[in-house]
Write a protein that binds this ligand. Structure first.
Ligand code: 9EZ
Length: 540
């Protein structure tokens, strides 16, 4: 078997490299610290690349991705990877978010204690041969309220340890379930303000998103208790650095501990001048155990992904067909087929693609929320879009890149859920609008578990949503279907099934399934028949 080639460009813990090297179908190249130009020249020769934070994977590097399919990040942060560029090329980006949890948690606890007791300052003082005990009066954690902003993996892990210190723990996180907070023994705040006004210690554990940059500014500091201790070991800029300086100088904040900065490496900043601000150079993930953890995890994940087994911790796949409930997989396939059908009957430049999901079945949210990508659609919408786009675009359209390709082309993608439509219980309605026309296709999955198209525009049918069909539209008058049959028969093309639908006053459409291919010349012959408006082969 042709081996998969993996390039490693940053120092990966040896345990991870060993896992890759012992596989027979994997060949590993180490090019630690490779220059961008050199990397651009060779990146396309590899099936996967594994980095830490030292290698920038830019759009420029991915312009000609060759055989590259996977980018693995041994760690969490993806600041160094152009996720949109990778997604557009259909390259899967995966990280190892669990490997570092304990490392980040323990630094947070250490920083909180260091700030509360001013341990680093006391250490420096004594090493200057001072013996000044009065200067280092601190605050206890015991009995105090810790406010955790962002109760994900790390926030939850910090909560457990804070409780062991006898703290009351409250949290704010609009994206977690109350049951998670309950399970952790944490009181969930409805509003950030509530957390700010009640906490003696505050620590942030959110990703960096548009919503969390400058989450804590002068306005938020003003709401805090006097003498609060503030910690940021998450991402630079969640707590506004200038406003933190003011809050420390003004005495609102007793002490602050910061591991991460908006602009790294941080060389000069007013924060570095303040006695009650304690800083570390982004070392949250830097433990031997943490680095081993992320290396082992990313190595295993990349191997599985290359072998097509699983895409664990892929950050640019919002869902996987295989993870949908079985019935929903059929609807997923239906939506894709409906998209393909529309692509083959529509003329003009696409402007809008819209999926309307009808019925109580679709009430649930079937996508996963991926915070690193700028849109989140239900899987069915992306399937419909992918089916629609792949017909007409030169590029490879995938479930990853379909929304990006639509955005690039200024195609508006919309989805909606409604409880009922006409007489249908469960129905997908896929609508497209181009600069020339509009089409609506409806489909469903009956109890026989076969996806079917039920109507195309105003024509009602009941057509299995897979395979190849001869599609034709004609003026509704006697003899036409017969003539079509005659032409097909003359060319030894056998009809396997016939779906015909007509509307009052005039036209009919047919989808004919055939046992044989229809040569282009036969199609021309059909189109030339009297009363035939159009004829083409569509494959669903
Ligand atoms: C935002 C968040 C938590 C948060 C948590 C996650 C994307 N995201 N954002 C604001 N996973 C607290 C406040």
């Amino acid at each position: 078997m042709a081996p998969f080639k993996i390039l490693i460009t940053d120092n990966l813990a040896p345990e991870g490299i060993a896992i890759l090297e012992k596989e027979d179908d994997i060949a590993v190249d180490l090019k630690i610290g490779i220059a961008p130009d050199e990397l651009r020249a060779c990146i396309g020769n590899y099936d996967a690349i594994i980095t830490r934070s030292g290698t920038s994977i830019t759009a420029d590097l991915l312009a000609n991705p060759g055989r590259l399919k996977i980018i693995g990040r041994a760690g969490v942060g993806l600041d160094n990877i152009d996720l949109e560029a990778a997604s557009i090329k259909g390259i899967i980006v995966m990280n190892a978010p669990t490997g570092n949890t304990i490392a980040a948690t323990e630094l947070t606890m250490g920083m909180m204690l260091a700030a509360a007791r001013k341990i680093p300052a006391a250490n420096s003082s004594l090493k200057r041969s001072e013996w000044d005990r009065k200067r280092f009066m601190g605050r206890q954690l015991y009995g105090k309220t810790l406010g955790i902003i962002g109760l994900g993996r790390i926030g939850g892990s910090v909560a457990a340890r804070a409780k062991a210190f006898g703290m009351k723990v409250i949290a704010y996180d609009p994206y977690i379930k109350k049951s998670r907070a309950d399970g952790l023994g944490v009181t969930l705040c409805e509003q950030l303000e509530e957390l700010l006004t009640h906490s003696d210690f505050i620590t942030v554990h959110t990703p960096k998103t548009g919503e969390t940059i400058d989450l804590i500014t002068a306005r938020e500091f003003a709401l805090m208790k006097d003498g609060v201790v503030v910690v940021n070991c998450a991402r630079g800029g969640i707590i506004n650095e200038d406003d933190l300086c003011d809050a420390v100088r003004g005495g609102k904040v007793f002490a602050a501990a910061v591991d991460v900065f908006g602009n790294e490496p941080l060389r000069q900043h007013p924060l570095l001048e303040l006695d009650n601000v304690f800083v570390t150079p982004h070392i949250g993930a830097n433990t031997f155990e943490g680095q081993e953890g992320v290396a082992v995890i990313i190595a295993r994940q990349v191997i599985n992904a290359l072998r097509g087994k699983a895409y664990e911790n892929a950050v640019n796949i919002p869902y996987m067909r295989s993870q949908l409930p079985e019935e929903m997989q059929l609807y997923f396939d239906l939506a894709e087929s409906m998209g393909r059908l529309l692509a083959q009957i529509a003329r003009g430049r696409p402007e809008v693609v819209e999926l309307l999901m009808v019925g109580p079945k679709f009430k649930e949210d079937f996508g996963e929320r991926v915070f690193d990508i700028p849109f989140s659609f239900q899987p069915f919408t992306v399937a419909g879009l992918k089916g629609f786009l792949e017909r007409n675009l030169q590029e490879t359209v995938s479930f990853i890149n379909a929304p990006y390709l639509a955005k690039e082309r200024d195609i508006k993608v919309q989805e909606a859920k409604i409880s009922s439509y006409e007489r249908y219980n469960d129905l997908f309605l896929l609508r497209i609008r181009t600069d020339a026309e509009e089409h609506l296709v409806g489909g469903t999955v009956f109890a026989d578990r076969v996806p079917r198209v039920l109507f195309v525009d105003q024509f009602h049918l009941e057509m299995i949503a897979s395979g190849r069909y001869l599609y034709f539209k004609n003026i509704d008058k006697p003899g036409i279907v017969g003539r079509v049959g005659t032409v097909l028969g003359r060319h030894q093309i056998n009809i396997a099934g016939f779906n015909l639908s007509r509307i009052k006053g005039g036209k009919a459409v047919s989808f004919v399934s055939l046992d044989n291919e229809v040569p282009e010349a036969v199609l021309q012959e059909l189109v030339a028949l009297d009363g035939l408006l159009e004829a083409k082969i569509v494959s669903l």
